[in-house]
Design a protein around this ligand. Structure first.
Ligand SMILES: NC(=O)C1=CN([C@@H]2O[C@H](COP(=O)(O)OP(=O)(O)OC[C@H]3O[C@@H](n4cnc5c(N)ncnc54)[C@H](O)[C@@H]3O)[C@@H](O)[C@H]2O)C=CC1
Ligand SMILES: O=C(O)C1=N[C@H](C(=O)O)C[C@H](O)C1
Length: 272
C-alpha cells in the first residue's frame, strides 16, 4: 500500500514518522507557502534523510498522477478537502480525513463525491481505537439509562481551534440517537496547556453516576488509527466512518469464534 499524507503540524509529523517506519509513505504535502516545502522529510522529523521530498498541496491532480498513492491521509485543515476533493476523485485516490471542524454542507459535499465520484472516503474525527470503544459503551448506557442526564466533557491543548472537539460532537450525537427522548446532549470543552486528548461521558442520576473516559497520551494513537483506516479504505468506494471498521472487525471475530466452536464440537463428536 502507498500512502500520501497532508499536514505536517503537531499530529501530521507523528503520523509521518509512523507511516515512514511502516514503509508505506510515498508522498507528503504541506501548504504552498510553507517553509517545509522541498525539504527532505527527515529534516522536518529530525532524523536521517528519507528520500521523500515534501511537496506543496497545489496542482494536486498532477502530483497524485505522478505518485499514484492508494490513499491520502488528511491531518491538515478543512480547507484542504474543500479545495481538492475534485482532484482526488479524478485521480482515483481514496481518502482518510481525520480533520475536524467541517461545516455540515462540507460534509455533504465530501459524502457526495465519495458516493458518486467512485472513490472511498473515511471521515474520522474519532480516529483512535479506544475512543471508538468508549462510543460503543456510551451507546449501551444510553439505551439502558435514558432517564439519566448525559454530558460529554473534553480536554485538549490550548492551540486546538475547534470546540467542542469533533469526537465530542460525534459522541453526543450517538448518545442522542439512543435516548428515548432524542434530546440533545451538551458537550463542554477545556483548552489548556499541552493536553493531547481526553473525552469523558458523564451519566448522572439522582443517586448514582457512571463515568466513561478515554485519554490519548501519545499522538501515536492517532497514527495507529489512521493507518488502520487507510488499510480498510484501500480498494473500496463510498463514504464510511470508523464504526464501519469496527463493525467489520466484530463480524470477522464472530465468524472466527463460530468456526472454532464448530471445530471443537466436531472433535468432541469424533471422540464420542
Ligand atoms: N481525528 C482525530 O482523532 C484527530 C484529529 N485531528 C485533527 O487534525 C487537524 C490537524 O491537527 P493538528 O496537527 O493539531 O494541527 P496543526 O495546526 O498543528 O497542523 C495542521 C497542519 O496542516 C497544514 N495545512 C493546513 N491546511 C493545509 C492545506 N490546505 N494544504 C497543506 N497543508 C495544510 C498546516 O500548515 C499545519 O502544518 C485538526 O483538524 C485536528 O482536529 C488531530 C488529532 C487527532
Ligand atoms: O485536534 C486535536 O488534537 C484532536 N482532535 C480530535 C477531535 O477534534 O475530536 C480528537 C483528538 O482527541 C485530538
Amino acid at each position: 500500500m502507498k500512502i500520501a499524507l497532508v499536514g505536517l503540524g503537531r499530529t501530521g509529523k507523528i503520523v509521518a514518522e509512523y507511516l515512514w517506519q511502516k514503509k508505506v509513505l510515498n508522498m507528503v504535502l504541506c501548504r504552498p507557502e510553507s517553509s517545509k516545502a522541498h525539504k527532505d522529510l527527515g529534516e522536518i522529523l529530525n532524523c536521517k534523510d528519507t528520500g521523500i521530498l515534501v511537496e506543496t498541496s497545489d496542482h494536486l491532480e498532477r502530483k497524485l498522477f505522478q505518485n499514484q498513492p492508494d490513499v491520502l491521509i488528511d491531518f491538515s485543515s478543512s480547507n484542504f478537502l474543500k479545495d481538492n476533493i475534485h482532484a482526488l476523485a479524478k485521480s482515483g485516490t481514496n481518502v482518510v480525513t481525520a480533520v475536524t471542524g467541517y461545516e455540515p454542507a462540507e460534509v455533504e459535499k465530501i459524502r457526495n463525491f465519495a458516493e458518486k465520484g467512485n472513490i472511498g472516503v473515511i471521515m474520522a474525527p474519532n480516529i483512535t481505537y479506544g475512543v471508538n470503544v468508549l462510543m460503543l459503551m456510551a451507546e449501551i448506557v444510553a439505551e439502558l439509562m435514558s432517564d439519566y442526564d448525559f454530558e460529554v466533557l473534553e480536554e485538549h491543548h490550548k492551540h486546538k481551534q475547534d470546540r467542542p472537539s469533533g469526537t465530542a460532537k460525534k459522541i453526543a450525537d450517538k448518545i442522542r440517537v439512543k435516548l428515548m427522548n432524542n434530546q440533545e446532549v451538551p458537550a463542554q470543552a477545556v483548552r489548556a496547556g499541552g493536553i493531547i486528548g481526553k473525552h469523558k461521558v458523564l451519566v448522572c442520576g439522582e443517586f448514582d453516576k457512571i463515568e466513561i473516559s478515554h485519554e490519548s497520551f501519545s499522538r501515536v494513537a492517532f497514527a495507529q488509527g489512521a493507518y488502520k483506516a487507510a488499510q480498510f479504505i484501500t480498494g473500496k468506494t463510498g463514504f464510511y466512518e470508523m464504526t464501519d471498521i469496527f463493525e467489520q472487525e466484530r463480524q470477522e471475530r464472530q465468524k472466527q469464534v463460530s468456526a472454532s466452536y464448530d471445530e471443537k464440537h466436531a472433535e468432541e463428536l469424533d471422540l464420542a
